[in-house]
Design a protein around this ligand. Sequence first.
Ligand SMILES: [Cu+2]
Length: 367
Amino acid sequence: MRIKKAMIFSLMVLALILSACAPAASPSNTMPMNNNNSNMTLAPGTSVDEIPTPGSMMADNPGAAHMMEPITAPNVQPATETEGGQPLAYREEDGIKVFELTTKAVQWPILDGVTVTAYTYNGTVPGPMIRVTEGDQVKIIVKNELPDPTTIHWHGVEVPNAMDGVPGVTQDPIQPGETFTYEFIAKPTGTFMYHSHFEGDVQVSAGLYAPFIIEPKEPEANPPVVDKVLMISESRMTDGQTYAAMPMGGMEPNYFTINGKSFPATETITVKKGDLVRLRLIAIGQFIHPMHLHGMPFKIVATDGHPVPEDAQLTKDTVSVAPGERYDIEFVATETGQWMLHCHILHHTTNDNVEPGGLMLMINVIE
Ligand SMILES: [Cu+2]
C-alpha cells in the first residue's frame, strides 16, 4: 500500500515537472533578443560598441522600420477642426444609422505652438464620437485617404467576426483610395472605442482612435448631469518630426494628451455644485496612467463598458487605466473650486519635460 502511494506521488511530481517545464521551454527558445541593454549578456569577444542601439534596429530588422520612421504623408494640411471626439452626425437609410469616416493625415495642434502630424478619422484627434443606442443597426463607411492601408477594430463592441477589423484574419486591409463598409448591431450598452488595427503600434499612436458609446435602450435611473469621454494617449515630437510613441528605447513619448490636447490646452470641465459627474476614462496609447482626482472621491461604475454592481463599486481617488481599458467613474461635485484630474506618473504631467503639462485637466465646480 505504501509503495503504491509512493508511486502515485512520484507520477504526480513527474507530471508537475513536465507541465511546468513545457511552457517555459518554448518561449526562451524562440524569444528574439531583447533590445534592452540592461538585460543583455555580452557574448565572449563582443564589445559594447556592437550592442544594437534602437536607431540601428532598422538595419538589422527591416520590419521595425515602419515604427521608427516619422509620421508623414504627402501634402498634409492643417486641421480645420479644433476639438476631437465630437458627436458624428449620421443619416438614416431603411432604419440603419449610416456614418461616414475618412482617414486622412492632418497637422493637429496639441498645445499652443506644438503641432503633431496625425493620422485621423475625419481630421480630428480623437476621431468623431459614434454615439448610438443598444440594438441600433449601424453602417460605417470608411474611406482610406492615408498613404498606408488601414482597418478599424470596434474595441469591446460585440460585432460579427467578419466586422472585427483584423487585417489578414477577418478582412483584407483597406488600401489607400479604397472604401470598406462595416455593418453590425450596436451591443452591449457601454463605453467602447474604435481604432486602427493595421500597424496599430504606429497608426493608433498617430491618432487613429475615437470613442464609441452605446446608450442603454431604457433611460438610466440616475443619469449624470455631466457625461464626458476622456481618451488618453501619448506623442513623440523631436526636431519638428512626429513619431509613434511607444515603450521602447529611443521612442518614448515626450507629450501626453487627453482628447488630443496637452495641459494647459486640455478642456476645463465646468459643473455645478451638486451635479453627478461621469467621466469615461479610456487609455488608447501604449502606457498605463494612474488618473487621480483632487477634492472628491469617485466610484468606479463600469469597467470596460460593463456596469459594476452597486455593492461592488470601489470608492477611489486614483484609478490606473491600462492600454485598451475603460473606466467609467462617477462623483457628486460637492465642493466648489478648481479641482485637478491628473496622471500620477508625474513625468506624464510635463510637455517635453517641462511641468506643468500633459495629462492634467481642471474640473471647475461652481455654485
Ligand atoms: Cu500617465
